[in-house]
Design a protein around this ligand. Structure first.
Ligand code: FES
Ligand code: MG
Length: 603
């Protein structure tokens, strides 16, 4: 009967399989429980396996994802941790997004991965979920989805690759991919040498070995209190990484039993800590977009932490981690120097120690329980606050008529610091095709003082916001030794890249009313990082006139109406959804209907 103990809704199995939470969907609840038992037994599980917390493990292995190449071993180690703590671990797949094999961009697929993650955590009877991720967009996608699903979530990062070696010098993806390619482009290196370097840039599986987006998001996850501190930096191929996986398994069972949901753990203080970490590591500019998207998934924090907070935190936070692209070293050095434990002890006077972590300890309690004694090598890689690599504000937020909703620059990665205060004439490229066609044209009217402008690579203009913001130096200038120029776009650049580069101009150029969209060749543009200013030095009447002309021009085309969004209503599939519903970079380039409050504009 329905009252038989085996099908009683008060037994743990009913709770753990979600039936008590209203997930029953086959007639009456008792029958649902009966059916679930039928099918889990088909997989070979016995009754007693089901009488314990169920920990999901998200498997993002893919033959196209070298950054997640250790996923099978991580699953095994995490399962061991779960089972040593009395839980039952069940792994399941979601999509896997690798930076190098995701057309048009991995960013285009980030929101899709977040939806997959959210819905699978929600749909399946897991009490907590370990999310294996690592490559740039995967960790943010998983945290975004996890916050929205709001079951206890535990990111398990795949970890950085080892550096390689070329003629006795260490090299690693992907800062050195760019430096060496630029040298080859400038004719300083022959094809044999660049080919030899190609063999060594990614010598093992794992995520890019510098402070790019993947490493940034791993450190941010630690700053948020969601992962064991060693989990930010232990190399992908190390035993330490497997022990992190085992520990994550154990933590997951405790998090399930205590119902440590992300919305309850993550507070304003947690995010402020994560932003302090972001500034102190000279983190990826992409990290800002991801953190904004994550914040805007949290019902209590949406819209309450903005680009202004990032800038204010920057003013108080020195860059202390000496890693490429801002510095000289690799993630393995950061790990060997003490990693996040050493960094958080260094940053302790700046941090909110009351922030909760997934372990149930506050950040302060965690640091008290794990002391760190700095040593000479450590303090070279993770500098003391008194001797930073860059005094403050590695990442700055610029404002002005060119970017009323903000633009981002990683000032610490500028190669020619004189460009941090610069005025010059614009050389405008309408889109990436125009750039490709003309950038190396010997007749291009450009000097080292010009400001290179690339339009139409924002979230809507070029769905996925390509990492084309690192506009190459025109060949005729690079061959004369020009290594840096002021460059501005509404797109992104790789976290592993450097230069005086303004990114994420918001609102983006394709939107009606975007001043960035009406910049023309020869217009003077001024940038002053010290005063956080980015402006188009064209008088207001002229700007108004150009905006009106642009609007008129649009009305004359079949894409009529005031907004490019409307013209795109008819497009099909995920791309159509993306184009219609993605929000701007300063909001996280998330879908408006996925933010905590849902859509702000109606279709
Ligand atoms: Fe995956 Fe760099 S390509 S982390
Ligand atoms: Mg990257």
């Amino acid at each position: 009967s329905a009252n038989n103990e085996d099908y009683d809704l008060d037994t743990p199995i009913a709770a753990t399989t979600g039936i008590k939470q209203g997930l029953a969907s086959y007639g009456d609840a008792h029958f649902s429980l009966f059916l679930r038992k039928v099918f889990i037994k088909a997989l070979g599980y016995g009754e007693d396996a089901l009488l314990r917390p169920i920990i999901g493990i998200i498997n993002t292995y893919s033959g196209f994802n070298p950054c997640h190449g250790n996923t099978p071993q991580l699953i095994e180690a995490a399962k061991r941790g779960v089972q040593l703590s009395g839980g039952l671990a069940i792994d399941f797949p979601t999509i896997s997004v690798a930076e190098s094999f995701s057309s048009p961009t991995s960013m285009f697929l980030r929101n899709l991965m977040s939806m997959d993650t959210e819905e699978m955590i929600r749909a399946q009877p897991v009490d907590a979920c370990i999310m294996i991720g690592g490559c740039d967009k995967t960790v943010p996608a998983q945290i975004m989805g996890g916050i929205s699903a709001n079951k206890p979530i535990l990111p398990l990062i795949t970890g950085p690759m080892m550096p390689g070696s070329h003629q006795g010098k260490r090299i690693g993806a992907c800062t050195d991919c760019r430096n060496n390619w630029a040298a080859f482009r400038a004719g300083k290196m022959d094809v044999e040498e660049i080919s030899a370097i190609n063999e060594e840039l990614a010598p093992t599986i794992g995520t890019c070995g510098v402070m790019g987006t993947a490493s940034t998001m791993a450190c941010v996850a630690a700053g948020l209190g969601l992962i064991p501190l060693k989990g930010a930096s232990a190399p992908a191929v190390s035993a330490a990484r497997m022990r992190v996986a085992e520990e994550t398994g154990k933590n997951a069972v405790a998090a399930a039993l205590h119902k440590r949901t992300p919305q309850s753990i993550l507070s304003r203080e947690s995010f402020i800590n994560a932003l302090i970490v972001l500034q102190a590591i000279g983190g990826s500019t992409n990290g800002i977009v991801h953190i904004m998207a994550i914040i805007n998934r949290h019902p209590e924090l949406q819209g309450k932490i903005t680009l202004n907070d990032i800038d204010e935190i920057g003013k108080k936070t020195p860059l202390v981690v000496d890693l490429k692209p801002s510095g000289d070293n690799y993630m393995t050095d950061f790990h060997n120097a003490g990693g996040m434990l050493a960094l958080l002890h260094t940053l302790r006077p700046l941090l909110h120690l009351s922030a909760m972590t997934i372990s149930g300890q506050t950040l302060g309690e965690l640091l008290d329980a794990n002391s760190f004694k700095s040593f000479p090598y450590s303090s070279e890689i993770i500098r003391p606050l008194s001797n930073p690599l860059y005094a403050r504000s590695s990442l700055v937020v610029l404002r002005g008529n060119l970017c009323p909703d903000g633009a981002i620059m990683k000032a610490s990665a500028s190669k020619d610091r004189s460009l941090l205060k610069h005025t010059g004439p614009a050389v405008v490229f309408a889109n990436t095709a125009d750039l490709a066609k003309r950038i190396d044209d010997p007749d291009l009217d450009v000097t080292a003082a010009s400001v290179l402008v690339l339009q139409s690579i924002g979230p809507i203009g070029n769905p996925g916001m390509p990492e084309a913001g690192l506009i190459p130096i025109p060949r005729k200038l690079s061959s004369e030794g020009v290594a840096d120029m002021l460059r501005i776009s509404d797109g992104r650049m790789s976290g592993t890249a450097g230069g005086t580069i303004v990114l994420h101009v918001s609102p983006e150029s394709v939107l009606t009313g975007s001043v960035f969209g009406i910049v023309r060749d020869g217009d003077m543009i001024s940038c002053d990082v010290e005063s956080r200013m980015l402006s188009l030095d064209v008088n207001e009447e002229e700007i108004k006139k150009r905006l009106e002309e642009k609007e008129q021009a649009r009305k004359g085309t079949s894409n009529a109406k005031e907004d490019v969004l409307i013209a795109r209503r008819g497009r099909r599939g995920y791309r159509g959804l993306y184009e219609r519903r993605v929000n701007q970079a300063h909001e996280g380039a998330d879908f408006d209907f996925l933010t905590a409050s849902g859509p702000i504009v109606e279709e």
